[in-house]
Write a protein that binds this ligand. Structure first.
Ligand code: SF4
Length: 389
């Protein structure tokens, strides 16, 4: 990038000006990672100071049976396949109660598009979970699942959401977004919830008072311009509704160990490599800079490893998800040593060690509890620093 353009972009960022599509593509074209981090850190600090938010959540997948076969997905199973499962309502409650501890504030629930489960199963599960765990927020279902509920019930999303909210739904999840650009999307997604439906369903959720996350799956066959296009669409929708709480770049994962039954379900790994740590940090930084109307950018550490997660705090990220005990969708595809559990104390150490102040939040990003600012450097060096794998 020539020095003039670099200066121009810096001036825009420091003046708080909105960046254009061309600016976003220029930022991705830069290999000056430290510079990108500095710009993103400026924006992040303006919005969130030295705070890093986290919440104590658990992930629950009610079924891995799915009619679709998205090219990147190693989670889905077809009916009757080995390792296909569907929880009865009582099993879901039992599983949730097993995962519960006194600190849990959120259950995150996403599922396959089950071909024969009736729509009524879903609000029934939510009601049972809410009765068993009244203080826990239920963040459930992607827009893709809500569109699937429309198909299997014959009801419009409007009525679907009303019933789910009545049953205890606190937020949709941000999944199903992948990459909105059709040229790429049609090669990786095997259902028909695309930008038009994804945005329609989130808009509707926002109208009903829900605040929702938005995600982006990157590091597969897309190019940086598709990532810029993705965040531009989200920025426009956020201008309209103001209902998004956070943006979450999700790193595409290879299916390293051929899944439990030896079948490689991921059909695009031969065509691509996973994003490197540098590419992930760049993606966090550019996303933070482009999404001036999003309060938070999250690193889902399960997909990045703890080292990148900690570094991401200097590249625009101010939210770490979370205290996860079990996360199937990634971990069916992961054998490179990322732990699948982390607890509050580990997270506090990781955040403070990077020089930030941990703040526990709830699903709506309201503060639950504030923790101490980082120790002074002298105190921190008195004992050896923990090394994160
Ligand atoms: S990503 Fe979701 S919809 Fe696509 S195959 Fe996997 S479980 Fe099914």
């Amino acid at each position: 990038m020539d020095a003039g353009l670099k200066r121009e972009l810096e001036e825009k960022v420091y003046a708080g000006e909105r960046l254009t599509r061309a600016d976003g593509e220029a930022l991705y074209a830069s290999d000056d990672l430290a510079w990108l981090g500095r710009l993103a850190h400026h924006r992040r600090t303006e919005k969130n100071g030295d705070r890093v938010m986290f919440n104590v959540n658990r992930h629950l997948n009610l079924t891995n049976v799915c009619t679709a076969s998205c090219a990147y997905c190693s989670f889905q199973r077809k009916p009757g396949e080995k390792a296909a499962y569907t929880m009865r309502v009582e099993q879901a409650v039992e599983k949730a109660l097993e995962m519960k501890d006194e600190q849990l504030t959120e259950l995150h629930i996403v599922n396959g598009l089950h071909p024969t489960l009736p729509w009524k199963y879903y609000p029934r599960v939510l009601r049972a979970l809410k009765e068993a765990l009244p203080d826990v927020s239920l963040k459930c279902f992607t827009a893709t699942e809500v569109q699937w509920f429309e198909k299997i019930s014959g009801l419009p999303a409007d009525e679907i959401l009303d019933e789910l909210i009545d049953a205890g739904l606190a937020s949709l999840t941000g999944g199903g977004a992948e990459i909105f650009d059709w040229e790429i999307r049609q090669q990786i997604v095997d259902h028909d919830c695309h930008w038009e439906d994804w945005s329609r369903i989130h808009r509707l959720a926002h109208e009903k008072g829900l605040r929702t996350p938005a995600t982006m799956l990157y590091g597969h066959i897309e190019e940086p311009r598709h990532r810029v296009d993705h965040v531009m669409r989200l920025r426009e929708l956020q201008d309209e509704t103001g209902g998004f709480v956070v943006f979450i770049p999700l790193r595409y994962q290879h299916d390293f160990h051929d899944s439990a039954d030896g079948i490689v379900r991921n059909r695009i790994q031969a065509k691509t490599t996973m994003a490197s740590p540098a590419e992930s940090l760049k993606t966090f930084a550019v996303s933070r800079l482009m999404l001036d109307n999003f309060d938070h950018v999250k690193c889902f550490w399960v997909m990045h490893g703890l080292s990148v997660a900690q570094l991401s705090l200097n590249f625009g990220v101010d939210d770490l998800d979370g205290s996860v005990v079990e996360y199937k969708i990634t971990h069916d595809a992961d054998s490179y040593g990322t732990p699948d559990t982390m607890h509050r104390e580990d997270l506090l150490t990781l955040i403070q060690d990077a020089g930030f102040r941990p703040v526990e939040r709830n699903t709506r990003y309201e503060v639950v509890r504030e923790f101490d600012a980082p120790m002074s450097l002298a105190d921190r060096r008195r004992e050896p620093q923990q090394v994160w794998a």
